[in-house]
Ligand binder design. Structure first.
Ligand code: HGA
Length: 607
């Protein structure tokens, strides 16, 4: 969520900061702000500029005012405390201090009362502003910025990634991390900081990731890091393999469409080295022979990947599997059986709830943990015993597409690894390998449905509600389809297991209700046909994505769109594509902000 960028250099850093914000804007985009200092003067005047809305508004204003400086911090916000407004936008200032912050300070109310009693005047409704005043109180008492931040972090409860500057010492920035990621970028005679390396790729490829509890002082020439116990530590800088143009939209109108079309390549990348000449190579998964059950934890789209995987893990590997939303798991007292493999799934690897659930499970004694994640070096990856990287490449569209299908491909690999203990393991694994080998080609072929779906989308644009139906491993795909439509077109959509219809949701069916059905030709298709008839009999308007050989044809109130035939095993991945394209085109017709839908943000690093 919120994006942070900071820089200390000899050159003017304003464009570096603004470009960093543009690259992070998909993380949060209700307001943006920047503060710069001219390190040539001590003290340097603190120049702050904030704007409601997109980074472009800030960038225009910065150009107009000729803002410049060698040291600076910048932020793009996704509000948690206080409405989106200029006054609530970061940086927040107190005296000589300016601060940008990601996360939530949970004890902000008590701190605010304490500071107000001492005469500090608050200009915003945010939790963040207490940090600025707390640091200013320390520096006014004679503490240097580093010591002030070290003292202040002891007072803060909750999660933060923060960057602070002091106009009295404009040659340095101080950063602190607890629960919200920060990465330091190394240049020559200049250093940078950001909440994601993507922001800094135009200026460096050498990064060091801060660990939980770290505080660092960064100048042009040096980076000094201190751990939770204030001990100096080295966080090694490594060369990043993330592509520089990862944040470019290319010829596509939206990132989401680009990312939908990248799926054949993304899945090829997921399988690279893991599927060789039609044979699986599962070395990276290590020894899973002592795994008696699997507990999957995830949020949102990643949760839907987990629910799909449960069907695979139980039916193909014969291993018991439970799936739970991280925000629920972490606040109940789950009983985790011995020999459980804990699998976390997250695109960013920074999802706050998933990370907290992982930590809680470890505290409960879980010793085998696997992260399925798209971002190498992320917190989830660092804190798990094993990792299966999805290698989807940067995903910028807030509505997840290629991250989801690559997670599914990775989960099929995991299923193959878990099948190892079966007597017929080789046959099961070969079946998975054969199906996966066809996947990139099939996804490419399925993208050919785009035009037909674009036409279909026109019929949805005026609707206020929609139902999505699937059975078996297509039920979570229906859930994902409904989520996509909600996220970017703002049409209320719900998914049901088709067999559940008669237990309640049939009451919703009338001529106004579009019902989207995913119907591959599998062993449940006859049951599904009966469910389709139940809907037709009540006048519902059906849109059926059906396997070419499923023998479902268009009729009154029923549009059937054929989907290429595929192996049952990978049908959940293939049938995701038409649902992604449908929500994309409906959103385009409705004129919503496809890549940055209202109220949402990428990488949910707050609770
Ligand atoms: N709590 C702060 C920062 C919010 C945030 O990190 N969002 O991702 C605010 O509301 O400004």
């Amino acid at each position: 969520m919120c994006g942070i960028v900071g820089a200390v250099a000899q050159r003017d850093v304003i464009e570096i900061l603004l470009e960093g914000l543009r690259r992070l804007e998909y993380r949060g985009y209700d307001s943006a702000g920047v503060a710069v200092l001219d390190a040539a003067h001590q003290p340097a005047p603190l120049q702050r500029l904030r704007r409601l809305g997109k980074v472009q508004a800030l960038s225009d204003a910065a150009a107009e005012q000729g803002l410049a400086g060698g040291t600076g911090i910048a932020h793009t916000r996704w509000a948690t405390h206080g409405e989106p407004s200029e006054a609530n936008a970061h940086p927040h200032v107190s005296g000589d201090i300016a601060v940008v912050h990601n996360g939530i300070i949970e004890n902000h109310e008590g701190l605010r009362r304490e500071l107000q009693a001492e005469g500090f005047v608050f200009q915003s409704q945010t939790d963040t502003e207490v940090i600025a005043h707390l640091i200013a109180r320390e520096t006014a008492a004679g503490q240097p910025l580093l010591a002030a931040v070290k003292a202040v972090r002891k007072r803060l409860e909750g999660a933060y990634g923060m960057v602070a500057v002091n106009s009295q010492t404009p040659d340095r920035i101080v950063v602190a991390r607890s629960g919200s990621p920060l990465v330091i970028g190394y240049g020559i005679g200049e250093h940078f900081v950001a909440s994601d390396q993507l922001a800094l790729l135009p200026v460096t490829r050498r990064f060091a990731f801060l660990e939980e509890g770290d505080v660092a002082e960064i100048t042009r020439q040096s980076v000094e890091v201190f751990d939770l116990n204030d001990q100096p530590v080295v966080r090694e800088a490594r060369e990043s393999s993330v592509e520089h143009d990862a944040g470019d939209k290319g010829e596509y109108r939206h990132y989401m469409l680009k990312e939908i079309y990248e799926q054949p390549q993304a899945i090829t990348n997921t399988l690279e080295g893991r599927l060789l000449n039609g044979q699986l190579n599962l070395e990276a998964l290590g020894d899973l022979s002592d795994v008696d059950s699997v507990q999957i934890i995830a949020c949102g789209t990643s949760y839907h990947a987990g629910v799909t995987a449960r069907y695979w893990i139980e039916s193909l590997a014969g291993v018991a599997c439970n799936v739970e939303i991280a925000s629920e798991f972490r606040y109940r007292q789950p009983v985790i059986r011995p020999n459980t493999l804990l699998v976390t799934i997250s695109q960013s690897g920074e999802t706050a709830d998933t990370l907290a659930a992982l930590r809680q499970a470890r505290a409960q004694g879980i010793t085998k943990t696997l992260a399925i994640c798209n971002v190498p070096g992320s917190s989830l990856v660092r804190e798990s015993d094993m990792t299966l990287l999805t290698r989807a490449g940067a995903e910028i569209g807030v509505a997840s597409t290629k991250a989801f299908t690559t997670q599914l491909a990775a989960l099929l690999l995991l299923t193959a690894g878990l099948a190892e203990r079966r007597a017929d393991a080789a046959a099961v694994q070969q079946k998975i390998a054969n199906a996966l080998a066809t996947l990139p080609g099939l996804i490419q072929q399925t993208l050919g449905m785009n035009e037909a779906i674009e036409k279909l989308a026109e019929r949805f644009a005026e609707k206020h509600n929609a139902l999505f139906l699937g059975r078996g491993d297509q039920y979570p795909i229906a859930m994902e389809g409904a989520l996509k439509l909600k996220e970017i077109s703002y049409i209320h959509a719900e998914a049901y297991a088709a067999g559940e219809l008669k237990h309640g949701p049939l009451a919703l069916i009338d001529a106004e209700m579009p019902i989207v059905v995913v119907a591959p030709h599998n062993d449940l298709v006859e049951k599904l046909k009966s469910n389709i008839e139940e809907v037709r009999a009540r006048g519902g308007e059906l849109y059926v994505f059906a396997g070419e050989s499923a023998e479902i044809s268009s009729a009154d109130n029923m549009v059937v769109v054929p989907v290429p035939n595929c192996d049952d095993l990978i049908a959940p991945i293939v049938y995701t594509l038409p649902l992604q394209l449908l929500s994309y085109h409906v959103a385009v017709i409705k004129g919503t902000d496809v890549d940055q839908p209202r109220n949402l943000a990428k990488s949910v690093t707050v609770e």
